[in-house]
Design a binder for this molecule. Sequence first.
Ligand code: AMP
Ligand code: GLY
Length: 430
Amino acid sequence: MSLQKQNILLLGAGGRECTLAWKLQSSPLCGQLYIAPGNAGTSAYGTNLSLSVKDFDGIRKACIDLNIDIILPGPEDPLVAGIYDFVKNDPALQHIIVAGPSANGAQLEGSKAFSKKFMERQNIPTAAYREFTADNYAEGEAYITNHPTPVVIKADGLAAGKGVVIAATTEEALDAYRAMIQDRQFGDAGSRVVIEQFLDGIELSVFAFTDGTNYVLLPAAKDYKRIGEGDKGLNTGGMGAISPVPFADDSFMQKVIDRIVNPTVNGLRTEGIIYNGFIFFGLIKVGNDPWVIEYNCRMGDPETEVVMPRLQNDLVELILHMANGTLGTVQVQHSPLKAATVMMVSGGYPGDYARGKVMTGMDKVQGSTLFHAGTTMAGNDVVTSGGRVIAITSLGDTLADALAQSYANAAHIQYDGAYYRRDIGWEFLS
Ligand code: AMP
Ligand code: GLY
């Protein structure tokens, strides 16, 4: 395995990418680190490039000009759009390691119908489902009408986290179905619709990092998706996260490995689907059993903000093992400390919100790590530039300690309209 310093191009601009930049930069194997496009936080760990994650021609030029050795795509978009295949099919780029799956592999996230069929073939526990398009529209209506409620209606393709409706009534389900297929609410992403059984349980996120044959399991995490305290209100990109997950004990994780992770990695290999990099298993614990809600072909956000601080292995070394197919020789080390992250957001998010609000107080933060999400520089000021603004991550001997530390620091950070949930981890604190 090459132990030379690696020049790395990290794609993305959120809290996940700021955390990955922090983690990569801590490695003695990290050479020059570039983040495209990055944010006000990532520039502390590398050089931001003003390039969008789907500008493959711009990425190609940057890779050649900057002598890039590794590309790490943060979000799903460039993966689903085929960044892996783009690099591997270009003689000027094909020596570059891409720490992410082929476009075909990324379909695990890019198409719900693809992932459901894959799970069915591999006998991986997931909610019962059927898929419909305009061609068998009436059959879909009949299926919904006969389905017990609640019932889950999902747009097949990427819909920026908005393509899933948990319908409490048949009426609501039929409306969502019509909006997706007939009114084309999500465009092509909703021209195929998956209708599935509602699973009642508690969700968690499990992460593997694979070379296509072997894998290491990263720390598991739980994110908090709703905007309001007590898990009320609209869905967001994620308002906070904790790791480890208190209910994911050894016996539960053994079921996850035996029934879900092993069959997924083996299934990808035996079906000839090229898959390197992160697999995110969105799971739900029903009774004592794990089921798959969804796959993602990348790390989670804000899960990354608690997973990476607890991962003691060198991430660049893991990526080099991935490229060599030697992840099976790696002993993964998780910190025994507990991690919590609290996401500060813009007032109004996940609806309309203002940008450009000047942020102060970051210099007063002690004992936590700040991972910028939606921030940018305006002259000498750090200003808000997104809905999710900044994540405050802390480690502690107990979850309560980690949360208390993040909340103490949240009080220092000020900008007009700042909001955060004060109950992250609430169900695990007695
Ligand atoms: P997805 O985009 O597939 O992750 O779905 C978004 C969210 O909808 C998930 O995180 C779950 O909270 C919920 N969800 C999706 N599918 C189901 C299901 N079959 N049963 C219960 N909840 C679900
Ligand atoms: N936190 C969930 C996700 O990244 O999709």
